[in-house]
Design a protein around this ligand. Structure first.
Ligand code: UD1
Ligand code: CA
Length: 453
């Protein structure tokens, strides 16, 4: 039997107090809705429909790379009406799982159990027992059987004492949706079309309503404000940290680690506190990441060390390198084995060969640096004339003196040396010394001026 998924995402999210639609608020660096879409896709449904309303264009644009069907709910008149909007796109056969764009952390294993239950009875609800059930729809049972759901605002004092609540997630035969949804009315405290009213209709027709509970309460928690968003962010981060540590990664403090992308690692890697990982980060074996580093889309080879407070983006670091503290590798930085990059050094769109070093205060951009090159403190590649960018080539074994400006396009030969303080504007041949600075002179008989009163 085919599975359809309907994701309700039309709510406004007023309590976010944000111009960004609620379902686009980021959790772990990714919109809430894309967590739900990823989960939905993992269940291999025959179709995934998103019911949108508020901020529709923006929401659709941000999900443009996924195959989704979009259904507009112009006026939000309840969860029942929201599913009604999707009804014309649901086949007569099969079943439908209802998810919510603002409930991001449900696990597929919990949904599998729910879907299996729906296959057996035709109607399955995800419920959870809460210590403080206020606000939620309550599951009303008679002799253990679910007979209806009563919304908090419509509930009697006795019903409000029920601690089993409706999470909103349910899986139902399409045939039942087609039969019951058109019969919904809005005669209730909120004047809305309640999806939950389907339960009483199914019960009246003798259908057994199955219930399943998630493994953890946070799986069914929704996000309505920034506080709840932050709480679920911590839940998600704790889960990632747990998974990574069980996979052999050392996290000096799992509570001070943030993963906003994917992290792959070899054995014996360790990550100190306050490290942020974004995009796709791959670490070899024995890699150490110091405190306060920010890594996005980088590959770091075996036994390399990234010292504290370094920022690496779209960069490749080979084996046995040392980077930082306070280093910045920008897009296109490629370090061969045993390269050392020290404090306040910025590398952009540059390859550095085996064992080369830039240890202090430098900007190396649009350059090709050979092996065993020493770039002295304060080396600057002047790669930009305000309009165009130019390349700097530095041969194997070259030694660039401190405080050099290498005015590109320029090439420094193999084993060439440049004097400290040089402004190099012309190519330097292999093995030669170039000095490009004014000669020092001593002014004979010079006297310091005296203070005039
Ligand atoms: C709903 C359930 C309640 C359950 C609770 C769990 C109903 C009638 N009640 O109540 O039993 O305990 O969720 O959180 O279903 N939405 C739309 N279009 C609408 C209305 C809502 O897309 O017209 C979306 C919202 O964006 C939201 C979700 O549906 O993601 C739930 O809507 P909300 O108004 O928060 O429902 P509750 O009143 O909390
Ligand atoms: Ca809600």
């Amino acid at each position: 039997m085919s599975l359809n998924i309907v994701i309700l995402a039309a709510g406004k999210g007023t309590r976010m107090k944000s111009d960004l639609p609620k379902v686009l608020q980021p959790l772990a660096g990714k919109p809430l809705l894309s967590h739900v879409v990823t989960l939905a896709k993992s269940l291999n449904p025959s179709s995934t429909l998103v019911v949108y309303g508020h901020g529709g264009d923006h929401v659709q644009a941000s999900m443009a790379d996924v195959a989704l069907e979009w259904v507009e709910q112009a006026k939000q008149q309840g969860t029942g009406q929201a599913v009604q909007c999707a009804l014309p796109k649901l086949p007569a056969q099969g079943k439908t799982l209802i998810l919510y764009g603002d409930v991001p952390l449900t696990q597929s294993s919990s949904l599998d159990t729910l879907i299996t239950a729906a296959s057996e009875t035709g109607f399955a609800l995800m419920t959870v027992s809460l210590e403080h059930p206020a606000g939620y729809g309550r599951i009303v049972r008679e002799k253990g059987k679910v007979v209806r759901i009563v919304e908090h605002k419509d509930a009697s004092a006795e019903e409000r004492a029920i601690d089993e609540v409706n999470t909103g997630i349910l899986c139902v035969d399409n045939a039942l949706l087609h039969t019951y949804l058109p019969r919904l009315t809005n005669h209730n405290a909120q004047g809305e079309y309640y999806l939950t009213d389907l339960v009483a209709m199914a019960y009246a027709d003798g259908i057994a309503i199955a219930t399943r509970q998630p493994a953890a309460v946070w799986e069914v928690e929704g996000v309505n404000d920034k506080l709840q968003l932050a709480n679920l962010e911590r839940v998600w981060q704790a889960e990632q940290a747990r998974r990574l540590m069980l996979g052999g990664l050392t996290l000096l403090d799992p509570a001070r680690f943030d993963l906003r992308g994917s992290l792959q690692h070899g054995t014996d890697c360790s990550i100190d506190i306050n490290v942020v990982i974004e995009g796709k980060v791959i670490l070899g074996k024995g890699v150490r990441i110091g405190a306060g580093c920010h890594l996005r889309d980088v590959h770091i080879g075996d036994h390399s060390e990234i010292r504290p407070m370094s920022i690496l983006e779209s960069a490749q670091v080979a084996e046995d390198c040392v980077v930082g503290p306070y280093a910045r590798l920008r897009p296109g930085a490629q370090l061969a084995d045993k390269v050392h990059i020290g404090n306040f050094v910025e590398i952009k769109n540059t390859c550095l060969g085996l064992g080369s070093k830039a240890n202090h205060l430098s900007y190396i951009g649009d350059a090709t640096v050979g092996s065993h090159v020493n770039l002295g403190a304060g080396t600057i590649t002047c790669n930009y004339d305000g309009i165009n960018k130019f390349q700097t080539l530095i041969g194997d074994g070259a030694f660039i003196g401190s405080n050099n400006s290498l005015v590109a396009p320029v090439s420094i030969g193999k084993a060439a040396t440049t004097g400290a303080g040089s402004v190099i504007t012309k190519d330097v041949p292999d093995d030669q010394l170039a000095i490009a600075r004014t000669r020092q002179q001593t002014v004979p008989g010079w006297k310091r001026p005296k203070r005039q009163d």
